[in-house]
Design a protein around this ligand. Structure first.
Ligand code: ATP
Length: 302
């Protein structure tokens, strides 16, 4: 028994060393007559923040749910950390489900539990053997890592602002020291300052914890600021995956409308301004910032 436990915990702490923690091949998802995905392929690189965009209803959340095994696909293959998700039963031990964390849209916190208790839920589920005291301490640490004050530990979700709820959801997603983080519209509903702070936190966590991040968003500023690459969902497939500047060169009507429309350009201007401000001590940059300062720096959504 002790040996079994040892084996289990050793496996849990082996980090994925391959290049592609998520590989989706020829995915089909269909509900009744509605085909949401067909022939969809996607490969996520280890250590990147991959933004996932697409019009409303193109199936971004369904894709995420398929990858984490909550939505069995109609057809296709999905591998996470080199293990097939599709072939496994939901409760089958395949050594991957405790290696990702998910922030669902709206946070999906349990309203009758405090923030601390919410963060303890996955710890209880996957590490029942750890002591109450250690579990409480880990939860407290994750809550502070997510940028919440210590007092938040004993608060109920109804006592938190929208931004704090997102951070509490993030703390729960980080509970198991995941290698892979799924974020479904993390900045939706946040004010520009809160959204920008959340973006910075995501980037910092990715860098310090070595995470790979699958990030569904409509937020153009997030795409410009923190995404290494962006996957575009349209026509039931991922039609392109690339950096934002490269995507902007593509001749697809939705991509052009999205990235080169007025909101896309405003986000680009805001990002250029930010970049210049970082170099304000250089005379040319200072001049350019003055010239651009009237441009719309506001955070904009598509
Ligand atoms: N369990 C389900 N049963 C039937 N239809 C579903 C189910 N889940 C999702 N759908 C449908 O699949 C389509 C894609 O939904 P999904 O939530 O993935 O879109 P999305 O791209 O995330 O949209 P949004 O940007 O608006 O959040 C929608 O038409 C939705 O109604």
């Amino acid at each position: 028994m002790a040996e079994q436990r040892h084996k289990k915990s050793t496996r849990r702490h082996e980090r994925y060393r391959g290049e592609h923690p998520i590989v989706v091949r020829n995915l089909k998802n269909q509900f009744g007559d509605a085909v949401i995905h067909e022939g969809l392929d996607l490969t996520v690189n280890r250590g990147e923040i991959l933004g996932v965009v697409g019009g409303s209803g193109t199936g971004k959340s369904v894709l995420m749910r398929s990858i984490i095994g909550l939505q069995p696909p109609t057809e296709g293959e999905i591998e996470v950390f080199g293990k097939s998700i599709v072939d496994a039963e939901p409760d089958q031990e395949i050594g991957v489900r405790d290696r990702w964390g998910v922030l669902f849209q709206g946070g999906a916190l349990f309203s009758t539990l405090t923030v601390g208790e919410n963060v303890e839920v996955p710890l209880k589920q996957f590490y029942p053997e750890i002591s109450d005291r250690l579990r409480v301490e880990i939860a407290r640490y994750k809550i502070m890592l997510s940028g919440l004050p210590e007092e938040a530990v004993n608060k109920y979700p109804s006592e938190l602002s929208g931004g704090m709820k997102k951070r509490a959801g993030l703390a729960r997603a980080l509970a198991l020291d995941p290698e892979l983080l799924f974020l479904d519209e993390p900045t939706a509903g946040l004010d520009p300052i809160g959204a920008s702070a959340f973006d910075n936190l995501t980037r910092e966590l990715k860098e310090t914890l070595g995470l790979t991040v699958f990030l569904i968003t409509h937020d153009l500023d997030t795409l410009h600021e923190i995404c290494d690459r962006v996957a575009v969902l349209a026509d039931k497939q991922v039609i392109a995956v690339d950096t934002v500047p490269k995507l902007m060169e593509l001749d697809h009507p939705w991509i052009q409308e999205y990235f080169n429309g007025p909101r896309g350009r405003a986000a680009l201007t805001a990002q250029a301004l930010d970049e210049l401000r970082r170099h304000m001590d250089e005379p040319v940059a200072a001049h350019a910032v003055k010239a651009l300062d009237n441009a719309p720096p506001s955070r904009d959504k598509a």
